[in-house]
Design a protein around this ligand. Structure first.
Ligand code: HMG
Length: 372
């Protein structure tokens, strides 16, 4: 949905969204899509290219869980046909979960370099209707393969860490949308940038000038600009518009059109950078991960020789461009569609063009279908 459609409903000037938040559109998943279908569609591309040998673990990071007990990773293992000799689990810490999964995967691979770990970050960001957060909704899934000899980038040491118990954004079990204090969350995020950076420096991290790119968690793309301004000021660099544009614009191309994708957002920013930058071989990229509540991590990735052959730029662009534009009224119809919460049976209408879809709810279970 183009945010001009939302502006038509809220009466806001569209530039509040386009310029003030740095968002032009948001992804609205179809009724027959959820984190499992999106994750399986992302992960199957990796398995198709790199095979499934050695994948004995799936770590699924999300804060849009479909079950309080069973991991979404189990459904993905089944849908994409991975071996039964697989450990499949779900991780949660707001938008930070994907980074937690990446680091845990690196630990598994360090212990046994024969193994490869499938890391998935998938979320659907949904706020209360007519709330300020509604302009920052979205959804996406990113799948990553963590291996001893990575084809894309090396995960560097060290990391800078920061955790603070703050009620900026959380979702009690009885709610389908989060509680959020928007202004507090922005302040908590900025504080986390500074503290994680300081911890990173204290642990002997790279010098600021070494980075060829800066990827931030992007609840809305303007947040990356606020965060980078904070970091530049901390380093005594003047945050001119030209400097901010040069450092960030390529990381925001996709998020600007997708909206917040929580755990996936930082990795969508990385994809955007890799798809739009000059050759970054051997040039480290700073990554800042933030999950409300709050946990943050500052680390870096260094693209390896040949990484550009691995990019799926045309496919990524086609996936974004291929979304069907919807009006505000159609968006409301999608929002009004709800899966039963009383055990009723439901056949879900077929809408998505994705290779996987949620076909029904039956016997209190989600039933998925695949075109394979
Ligand atoms: P709001 O209060 O409606 O917006 O909601 P605002 O009045 O602050 O305006 C936003 C910006 O637009 C401002 O710019 C305005 O000046 C500007 P800023 O001063 O911030 O630079 N503006 C305009 N610009 C150009 N032309 C105009 C115009 N009008 C206004 N005509 C808010 C904004 C982000 C608070 C809301 O959308 C929200 O609550 N979002 C959800 C929370 C969120 O995204 N927080 C971000 C940090 S926390 C985080 O990243 C974690 C998270 O991803 C969750 C997780 O970890 O799981 C959210």
């Amino acid at each position: 949905m183009d945010l001009a459609e939302l502006a038509r409903h809220t009466g806001a000037e569209v530039n509040k969204y386009y310029v003030g938040l740095g968002q032009t559109a948001q992804t609205v998943p179809a009724p027959d899509e959820d984190i499992v279908t999106m994750a399986a569609a992302a992960a199957r591309q990796i398995v198709a290219r790199h095979g499934a040998d050695g994948i004995r673990t799936i770590l699924f990071a999300t804060e849009s869980g479909i079950d309080q007990s069973k991991s979404a990773a189990v459904y993905v293992q089944d849908l994409i046909g991975l071996s039964a000799a697989t450990r499949a689990v779900e991780l949660k810490q707001a938008c930070y979960g994907g980074t937690a999964a990446l680091q845990l995967a690196a630990g598994i691979v360090a212990r046994d370099p024969q193994q490869r770990v499938l890391v998935i970050a998938a979320d659907i960001a949904k706020y209360d209707l007519d709330s300020a957060g509604e302009a920052t909704q979205g959804g996406a899934a990113v799948a990553m393969l963590v291996a001893a000899n990575p084809a894309l980038a090396v995960l560097d040491e060290p990391s800078g860490l920061y955790t603070a118990n703050v009620q900026d954004f959380w979702r009690p079990n009885y709610r389908s949308t989060p509680m959020v204090d928007g202004k507090l969350s922005i302040g908590a995020y900025l504080e986390a940038v500074e503290q994680a950076w300081k911890d990173y420096e204290g642990r002997g991290g790279r010098g600021f000038a070494e980075f060829a790119g800066f990827c931030y968690h992007q609840p809305f793309t303007k947040m990356a600009y606020k965060a980078h301004t904070r970091l530049l000021e901390l380093k005594g660099v003047e945050p001119t518009a030209a400097r901010l544009y040069a450092d960030l614009s390529r990381t925001a191309v996709y998020n600007r059109m997708i909206g917040n994708s929580y755990t996936a957002s930082l990795y969508v920013a990385l994809l955007s950078l890799l798809d739009h930058a000059e050759d970054l071989t051997g040039r480290p990229v700073a990554m800042f991960s933030y999950g409300s509540g709050a946990v943050a991590e500052l680390f870096s990735l260094t693209p390896v020789p040949g990484y550009r052959d691995q990019l799926r730029t045309a496919g990524n662009r086609a996936a974004i461009a291929g979304r069907e534009p919807i009006s505000y009224e159609n968006y409301r119809a999608v929002r009004d569609f709800a899966l039963p919460d009383d055990g009723a049976e439901l056949t879900v209408p077929a809408v998505t063009a994705s290779p996987y879809r949620l076909t029904a709810v039956s016997g209190h279970s989600r039933i998925y279908g695949a075109d394979r």
